[in-house]
Ligand binder design. Structure first.
Ligand code: AP5
Length: 230
């Protein structure tokens, strides 16, 4: 049967923050929402991994931290994001994936954009039970050329573990190995989870059940972002 509902369209100037633990599906959904809303996705994890791959001064400084699952210093991230938000493509909106991640970063972001804009931001807190997070992270594979993400069981590349877009061999991220994952989850609990209360009272905050198929999660996000959900 044909879906007769009108297409859900993004609100003008879509601005979103994704919160949620490692493996919750933030990157997967942020990429889809950015394409839907025709706004850039700003993934601090991807930006930092690009700096490491290019062996820039920043990349050399942060590589040992990221490999073991530790957070990169706040001041560095605030500077990187501030510079990125000044580009023209952010004027019509953006999707932040992986930032802010500490109270200090959230305060730095608010200083950057102002309190009014913070109130307008959509904040999606994507929640997934911990055993499922571990399953997703241990099975995740990643293309070092274009940063596309796969999963060995539920989203493998079409052919021989080669990236569908780049044809490169997909690999496991260093920080998806067991010890680093434990550290990332601990960092999340201690330093990122407090942002839930911070944004609950400051922005248009939505708790999203991320333990569902990606399409179901995406449909809820677009309903909210298109102004159709309550
Ligand atoms: P980052 O790259 O941001 O990693 P993360 O936050 O730990 O998030 P992940 O990429 O692990 O998970 P995700 O929620 O995006 O899930 P995904 O969609 O990939 O950061 C990495 C590191 O960079 C940090 O540890 C830190 O060192 C540094 N860093 C970055 N930002 C920083 C900041 N602001 N401050 C300080 N340091 C910072 O999905 C995971 C898997 O599950 C995939 O295989 C996917 O296919 C699968 N999947 C997704 N959705 C579903 C679904 N609905 N059902 C089943 N499987 C699914």
């Amino acid at each position: 049967m044909v879906d007769a509902r009108p297409e859900v369209r993004p609100a003008p100037r879509l601005r979103v923050i994704f919160l949620g633990p490692p493996g919750a599906g933030k990157g997967t959904q942020a990429a889809r929402l950015a394409a839907w809303g025709k706004v850039p996705r700003i993934s601090t994890g991807d930006m930092l991994r690009e700096a490491i791959a290019a062996a820039t001064a920043l990349g050399k400084q942060i590589a040992p931290l990221m490999e073991k699952g530790a957070l990169v210093p706040d001041q560095l991230l605030i500077g990187v994001v501030q510079e990125r938000l000044m580009r023209d493509d952010c004027k019509k909106g953006y999707i932040l994936d992986g930032f802010p991640r500490t109270l200090r970063q959230a305060e730095g972001f608010e200083t950057m954009v102002g309190g009014d804009l913070t109130e307008e931001m959509l904040v999606f807190d994507v929640e997934v039970p911990r055993p499922e997070l571990l399953r997703r992270l241990s099975g995740r594979r990643w293309c070092p050329a274009c940063q596309s993400t796969y999963h060995v069981d539920n989203n493998p590349p079409k052919k021989d573990m080669l990236c569908d877009r780049e044809g490169a061999q997909v690999i496991q991220r260093e920080d998806d190995k067991e010890v680093a994952v434990a550290r990332r989850l601990a960092e999340y609990d201690e330093r990122t989870a407090p942002l839930i209360d911070y944004y609950r009272n400051r922005s248009r905050f939505y708790r999203i059940d991320g333990y569902r198929p990606p399409d179901a999660v995406f449909q809820e996000l677009t309903s909210i972002a298109g102004g159709r959900a309550s």
